[in-house]
Design a protein around this ligand. Structure first.
Ligand code: PLP
Ligand code: COI
Length: 363
């Protein structure tokens, strides 16, 4: 192995990196979350010592004790972000400082030490640089998964005294098997994702664990994703298991649920609010009920619904299956605004459309 000291990271190149011809085969159809690059970044935290042992090294399993705190009390947070290969060969990331900020906010909610935002950005950039050959061409991207977990060997219930921060990378194509085709949503009547005072606005693993039974129910009913309602009245639409929602009306109004602490403040959501306003649409961040959604869809004044997130980009919602049966959105396919917005966002991310908001950060 070839070891070098660069910046504050010790870099050790993998001696078992995937060969170029094999990598090309994997990149031809990466799917989502099943192929991984050759390296990972790790930084350790110890109470009293702070952040230390900054490493870029071969991707390998962790050795953790069976009493490792995260395995018992789920003190863990993560981020999801992407690196793109621009047509001129340069590498770009989309609003990475927003991920760094949200990561620090998630850490605070989970009583974990906040990784300094510049260190988060440096860690991600180190991994993208060493694994740059894994960034797919065209619309594909390199999905980056920074995460932080409690690594102390201790069974008492309190914040851990030791943590491991890690970044791994996974070449990504479409999140859904059907590409960007319209998805069907299942309305979860029994299960909530988050309540006021809970962890809904933090990107912690526990939120996803709690959502899996509802997602399983959705699949069991032939749906792609679950849509969660508020935990108190079971009336107000919140978000999907891994995406925010936008509702588009025929009078140029667009509604997206407000950030009241129970949903994730999506970076794609924030970007779409800006882009829709730039297009002259009247975006309102306000509560929207499941009954109103059905009534508006049936009446026809609700013309489109889209789900959005880093992994899912902008995905049209075609139909909704709920306790009172099923209803379709518009024609059940991809609406015009959803299509246009997806093209614009992906265009900005990949350098094909001008980035007037300064969202694209070149490495
Ligand atoms: N909501 C949830 C629960 C998510 O997991 C995600 C994905 O990260 C989003 C919304 C969208 O967030 P972002 O656009 O920052 O990826
Ligand atoms: C992301 O979009 O980055 C997420 O974390 C969502 C997850 C369901 C893959």
């Amino acid at each position: 192995m070839d070891v070098e000291q660069k910046s504050r990271f010790t870099v050790t190149r993998s001696s078992q990196a995937v060969a170029a011809d094999q990598r090309a085969i994997l990149l031809a159809d990466p799917g989502f979350g099943r192929i991984f690059t050759d390296h990972m970044v790790t930084i350790r935290y110890t109470e009293g010592q702070g952040w230390h042992s900054h490493m870029v090294g071969p991707r390998e399993p962790f050795q953790i004790d069976p009493a490792c705190a995260v395995l018992h009390y789920a003190q863990e947070i993560f981020e999801g972000m992407k690196a793109y290969r621009l047509s001129d060969g340069q590498i770009a990331m989309f609003r990475p400082e927003e991920n760094a900020r949200r990561f620090a906010e998630s850490a605070e909610r989970m009583a974990m030490p906040a990784l300094p935002e510049d260190l988060f950005l440096e860690a991600v950039a180190e991994l993208v640089k060493i694994d740059a050959d894994w960034i797919p061409e065209g619309e594909g991207s390199l999905y980056l998964r920074p995460f932080l977990f409690a690594s102390e060997t201790f069974l008492g219930v309190r914040p851990s005294n030791e943590y491991i921060f890690c970044v791994i990378a996974s070449p990504a194509g479409a999140y859904f098997k059907g590409g960007s085709k319209a998805v069907t949503l299942w309305v979860s009547e029994h299960y909530s994702r988050a309540a006021r005072g809970g962890t809904g606005a933090a990107k912690c693993g526990g939120n996803y664990a709690a959502s899996l039974i509802a997602q399983k129910e959705a699949i069991g009913h032939g749906c792609d994703q679950v849509v969660f309602l508020d935990a108190v009245e079971k009336k107000w639409i919140e978000e999907l298991g891994g995406m925010n929602l936008f509702f588009v009306f025929d009078d140029g109004t667009v509604i997206t649920p407000p950030l009241t602490g129970t949903i994730l403040p999506g970076i794609t959501r924030d970007s779409l609010v800006h882009l829709l306003r730039e297009e002259g649409l009247n975006v309102r961040e306000e509560p929207y009920s499941i009954d109103q959604w059905r009534a508006d869809a049936v009446k026809g004044n609700l013309i489109e619904t889209m789900a959005c997130g880093t992994a899912a980009v902008v995905t049209p919602v075609g139909s909704v299956v709920g306790p009172d049966g099923e209803f379709s959105i518009g024609s059940g396919g991809t609406g015009q605004i959803t299509h246009k917005l997806r093209e614009k966002l992906v265009g900005i991310q990949t350098g094909a459309v001008a980035d007037f908001n300064g969202w694209v950060v070149k490495l």
